[in-house]
Ligand binder design. Structure first.
Ligand code: HEM
Length: 538
């Protein structure tokens, strides 16, 4: 019982290929009938009424009318690129994932994005950037759906609709288009102080990258790696750009917004066309998989936390090279569907409550965005390994399934024995012990510290980076209409650091409040500063 849905290579074949090519010496309608004129409707005389019988007119306009699909609910604006991932084999001791074995090459598709703006918004706005990678491995698709900021605004996915509603344009004015400079954003992040850390990163130079090629990427959550013997290790994934980490300064970003709103997209495309292929090393921080799931007192299930590289060095495990632009934006960049649940044997999820919600959300949204449940058959989403699922029918079904018995075991399609658990090469959920507990809507106490990690970030910044952060808060908060929100934001900043708070207060012409919590005793982490950044290693 071989693959019975798409071609084993995942590549389009035969009729598919011909359809994609759209070539030929003559023009046809969608049914392949040759056309002799596509510029004039069929009329009762040159000045007469247009006739309903003109199928070509109706088909052409009907298709145009339905060309748009909904843009992504977040990360709508993006740029995609093909490439290859070459594994060093250094992770082979902690994971059985085949694509991480020594000297293994895996094709990839990467989509970089902004988060808040619509599809047509500008590239150089202050925002988080998405960094999503689809690995077409020999064992199925693995997606690493990360950002250029290692922490997230919220700890539990149930707040994701709220944070996005707050950050997207105001429902009445539909402004601002692509920035966080508005009341609802600041209202949310000052009332939900778990957002303090991510907001601080956004207000730093990381919020305005110079190029997609000079951004770090982070898987954000803690994942669980599993080796061949079943031993587990907790990890955080990092992408380290070979070109180093670089940002724009605010004034540059403003000018570029006007002069070339496609700056990042163009930069990426042009670099690849000219053969300047950008590279990133994939690295992991590893932590023992203890029942507490903490490391040096840091809760590994809290996505508002990072683990300083000084405490857990990032160990390189492979090299990503982006070397081919898409030939069709819609087919590839727009239709690609990433999912944190696209895992392969050897990589598993943890109980991070933010990750749990993502596991539901991406699949769910893609049913609407891509018009039904069969989007895994779209060429850019097809695995490059055999597919033999029991999924059938539905909108946009393109597979012609064989056999009559889409269930296992069956006695009709040549036997098809299937014994649950017998396939040792399969993805098997790690048998992690679940703590004995009472069902409750609550977070652990360890999720309550919202200021010590932001303080570490602030203390790690160089003087010029601090100046930029103060400038960014002052500019963005000045755009709020509500004075009470500005004052609350200053209170949050006072709880991070008095110098930061005083700088922004002076920028806003307001008094600086005293902290309401004791300032955390934390060591700076030089690796957090772009000035102190020591990668690449060679
Ligand atoms: C899209 C990252 C949290 C829902 C994306 C994309 C990235 C990303 C990179 C764009 C993918 C692409 O290029 O197509 C992250 C990170 C998160 C996070 C790093 C936190 C660590 C969440 C949460 C939810 C969510 C908590 C919902 C509960 C979505 C949705 C999309 C999206 C609905 C659009 C997907 C599509 O239309 O294909 N996210 N996200 N994200 N994210 Fe997240």
């Amino acid at each position: 019982t071989g693959p019975d849905t798409v071609s084993p290579t995942g590549q389009p074949t035969g009729a598919d290929q011909a359809r994609m090519a759209q070539s030929g010496s003559y023009l046809t309608d969608a049914q392949g009938t040759r056309l002799y004129d596509t510029d004039h409707s069929l009329k009762a005389g040159p000045r007469g009424p247009v006739l309903l019988q003109d199928h070509h007119l109706r088909e052409k306009v009907m298709h145009f009318d339905h060309e748009r699909i909904p843009e992504r609910v977040v990360h709508a604006r993006g740029a995609g690129v093909h490439g290859v991932f070459r594994s060093y084999g250094t992770a082979a001791g902690v994971t059985k994932a085949a694509f991480l074995a020594e000297d293994t090459e895996t094709p990839v598709f990467v989509r970089f994005s902004t988060v808040l703006g619509s599809r047509g918004s500008s590239d150089t706005v202050r925002d988080t950037r998405g960094f999503a990678t689809k690995f077409y491995t020999s064992e199925g698709v693995f997606d690493l759906v990360g950002n250029n900021i290692p922490v997230f605004f919220i700890q539990d996915a149930i707040k994701f609709p709220d944070v996005v509603h707050a950050a997207k344009p105001h429902p009445d004015r539909e402004i601002p288009q692509a920035q966080s400079a508005h009341d609802t954003f600041w209202d949310f992040v000052t009332l939900h102080t778990e957002a303090t850390h991510h907001t601080l990163w956004n207000m730093s130079d990381r919020g305005i990258p110079r190029s997609y090629r000079t951004m770090e990427g982070f898987g954000v959550h803690t994942f669980r790696l599993v080796d061949a013997a079943g031993a587990t290790t907790l990890v955080k994934f990092h992408w380290k750009p070979k070109l180093g980490v670089h940002s724009l300064v605010w004034e540059e970003a403003q000018i570029i917004n006007g002069v070339d709103p496609d700056f990042h997209r163009r930069d990426l495309y042009d670099a690849i066309e000219s053969g300047a292929y950008p590279e990133w090393e994939l690295g992991i921080q590893t932590f023992p998989d203890t029942p507490e799931q903490t490391f040096e007192g840091i809760d590994l299930l809290d996505a508002t936390n990072l683990v300083p590289e000084e405490l857990a060095p990032v160990q390189p495990i492979g090299l990503l090279t982006l070397d081919r632009n898409p030939s069709n934006y819609f087919a590839e960049t727009e239709q690609v569907a990433f999912h944190v649940g696209h895992l392969v044997p050897g990589i598993d999820v943890t109980d991070d409550p933010l990750l749990a919600g993502r596991l539901f959300s991406y699949l769910d949204t893609q049913i609407t965005r891509l018009g039904g449940p069969n989007f895994a058959q779209i060429p850019i989403n097809r695995p490059h390994s055999p597919v033999n699922d029991m999924l059938r029918d539905g909108f946009h079904q393109t597979a012609v399934h064989r056999g009559v018995a889409p269930y296992r075991p069956n006695s009709l399609d040549g036997g098809c024995p299937f014994t649950a658990g017998a396939d040792t090469g399969a993805f098997i959920e790690t048998p992690v012990k679940v703590p004995e507990a009472t069902k409750v809507r609550a977070a652990p106490e360890s999720f309550d510290d919202h200021f010590s990690q932001p303080r570490r970030f602030w203390l790690s910044m160089s003087p010029v980076e601090r100046e930029h952060i103060i400038g960014a808060y002052s500019f963005e908060l000045a755009k709020c209409y509500e004075q009470a929100i500005r004052e609350r934001a200053l209170q949050v900043l006072a709880n991070i650091d008095p110098e930061l708070c005083a700088g922004v207060a002076a920028g806003l012409g307001l008094p600086a409040p005293e902290p309401t919590v004791p300032l955390a005793e934390v060591e700076p982490s030089p690796a957090l500063s772009q000035v102190g950044h020591t990668w690449p290693t060679d």
